[in-house]
Design a protein around this ligand. Sequence first.
Ligand SMILES: [Zn+2]
Length: 310
Amino acid sequence: MDKRVPITLAVIAIIAVSAGVYYTTQQQEEKNDKLVVVASFYPLAYMAEQIGGDKVEITALIEPGVEVHSWQPSAGDIINCSDADVIIYNGVGLDTWLQDEIIPSIDTTGKVIVDTTQTVTLFESTEEEEIEEHGVYDPHTWLSPYEAKQQAEAIYDALVEADPDNTDYYTTRWETLSDKLTALDESYTTQLQGKTKTTIFVTHDAFGYIARRYGFEQEGIIGISADEQPSTQTLTDIIDLMQQTDTYTFYIEPGYSDIYVQTVKTELETRTGKTVQILTLYHLNGPQGDLDYIEQMENNLESLRLGLGS
Ligand SMILES: [Zn+2]
């Protein structure tokens, strides 16, 4: 990594902290007594909003729908973190810019800082390049209801720690969210039980936690970090595997390029004479039209059910 980056950020941080003090006095009246919460990205902000309701003021640093894997923080992100009572991040190498660059450059006195995957049982990426570039573990915990519930619980604990006076309020709302995620986990289990296919084929390897929990495999074109170019060999392997497993569904994610998917579709259709259907699996990194995080999880289940033949 470029050694100048931390120094630059430190300088920005000094400016930001001074600016932050100014903003705080300016905005104090508007904020009332709300707990100021900053989350790295949408799924965590969504959970904090569900639990925190009108007792919290939430900012997601990464704009909804923007690619999370290659995000670079700005001075504005440092100001937001300086002003926050609670800072929430995913961990597992996804938002290292928050963990390694922003947090060490701000005054964290009195702040509650939460790594939401601390209690999640992580699993390792099997691809060597990804191990070198992004650390060993798969960061996509928020896509699976079971792991997401553990992340939500970490957020609930943080809100209670930062604002114990409103414990009852947070507890009631946490129980509602927890029930929804438990119900979703049960629906995934039940509805995918009768599946006739063993593997899903996806643009980007984001569904490892879902695959592991509900008993199938994922094969991706561009891996876990979503910023790679697939080799011709990778594409050929995927087409071979789809043919061998008699699978004619490919999943795309909004926001990720589908040019390679079109190559796979055309080649497989030419080879086999079958029609390849393209379905959507959301990465859940922003609302999609009217669909919030939970509703997108429901849609993902429906797409999985169709593609896995259950
Ligand atoms: Zn991803």
